[in-house]
Design a protein around this ligand. Structure first.
Ligand code: F6R
Length: 364
């Protein structure tokens, strides 16, 4: 039931603080601030290489997680969309862990990739939202997200719950590999446990986002830019917008703008820049200035500091709470989801059942 919400997607966006807290609750221990994964029969510290495979939004969760597995666990990560992975004869090391991410647990391409990896002797990890799904049944290491049923075709709460599980897994692997001290683990767990409150603070900006949606709705094309772990968020923002509002949108790594896409910039192409303040901020702002110098209209999504430093001259700004970088991808998912949602509402499209899309893609 939709309750007081207009659409399932809207309801699911607003459920995120609760379901992320639920999901974190089953991977993090509050009594001693440690990460606790389900027991399984495989020595995770022996993994030398991680292979991540997924489709769509779930793939973007994997892209974010790649930063975490590299940064915390110093693990080499190979990641691909399932439809490409399956047919490129990937090289899989003995004793490797292959990780599949899926809301439905039924996506045909992802399932085919999973079965291929199983045949090749990989240990199969599955991050999945439907506990009774095919992928859940075929997993060696089952890592459930506790997002509850996701009805809206565009994935929202499943994404942030996937991120929560993946962050816990990356921290766990770092601990097992001897790369994360007890003190650091405590700190990471504390930051993760701050996520639900920060998601709530992000949701408080719903009205601001609703009131600027009319600036994006008339556009034919929209670009999203992000750097580092915010780059996958740019891809996710663009995917959400095209799925439900039918506006053509592309996500780019901020630094790639000048290698081509900048040719598209004029006053009719809004550019959404996802840039929390921090070490990468200045670099992204200089890419944003390149856009502005060509007449581009920028929507800056940042925190108060970032908006103070770089918000002047933007068409609009969306203020997020100041958060630890580890949870920034979860928090910044909210404004990109809400922006797509409100633009679709302005355009009057069918938000929960966009044309040509099915919730679960069971054909290859
Ligand atoms: C985007 C979306 C799709 C799915 C993709 C994978 O909003 O919903 O891109 O993310 O089809 O689906 P699952 O996660 O069920 O494997």
């Amino acid at each position: 039931e939709k309750g007081n919400y207009r659409h399932f997607m809207q309801k699911e966006i607003f459920e995120q603080p609760t379901v992320v807290a639920q999901t974190l609750g089953s991977y993090l221990r509050r009594d001693d601030y440690s990460v606790a994964l389900p027991q399984f029969d495989f020595d995770i510290s022996s993994v030398r290489r991680l292979t991540i495979v997924a489709c769509g939004t779930s793939y973007y969760a994997g892209l974010v997680a790649k930063y975490w597995f590299e940064q915390f666990a110093r693990l080499p990560v190979d990641i691909d969309v399932a439809s490409e992975f399956r047919y490129r004869e990937p090289v899989l090391e003995d004793g490797g862990l292959a990780l599949f991410i899926s809301q439905s647990g039924e996506t045909a391409d992802t399932l085919a990739a999973l079965r291929h990896c199983k045949e090749e002797g990989q240990t199969i990890g599955v991050v999945v939202n439907v506990p009774t799904s095919t992928m859940a049944r075929e997993a060696d290491l089952l890592l459930p997200t506790h997002a509850g049923p996701e009805i809206g075709v565009a994935s929202t709460k499943a994404f942030t719950c996937q991120l929560a599980v993946l962050a816990a897994l990356a921290a766990h692997m770092a601990v097992k590999r001897g790369l994360m001290s007890r003190a650091k683990e405590t700190e990471v767990v504390q930051h993760l446990l701050e996520a639900p409150a920060c998601l709530n603070a992000a949701l408080d900006h719903d009205d601001d986002i609703a009131s600027m949606a009319h600036l994006i709705a008339p556009a034919r094309d929209v670009l999203y830019l992000g750097r580092g772990q915010d780059y996958p968020l740019a891809l996710e923002g663009a995917l959400k917008l095209k799925e439900i509002s039918y506006i053509h949108a592309e996500g780019y790594a901020s630094g790639e703008m000048k290698h081509g896409p900048i040719a598209l910039i004029d006053e009719d192409v809004p550019v959404v820049v996802i840039a929390p303040s921090g070490p990468l901020f200045e670099k992204t702002v200089s890419n944003m200035e390149e856009v502005r110098a060509r007449g581009g209209k920028v929507v800056l999504i940042s925190d108060a500091q970032g908006i103070k430093d770089a918000g002047e001259g933007c068409m609009a700004t969306i203020e997020m709470p100041k958060v630890h970088p580890l949870i920034a991808p979860l928090v910044y998912a909210i404004p990109v989801q809400l922006l797509a949602y409100h633009v679709a509402v302005v355009k009057g499209t069918d938000v929960d059942q966009p044309r040509n899309l099915a919730k679960s893609v069971t054909v290859e």
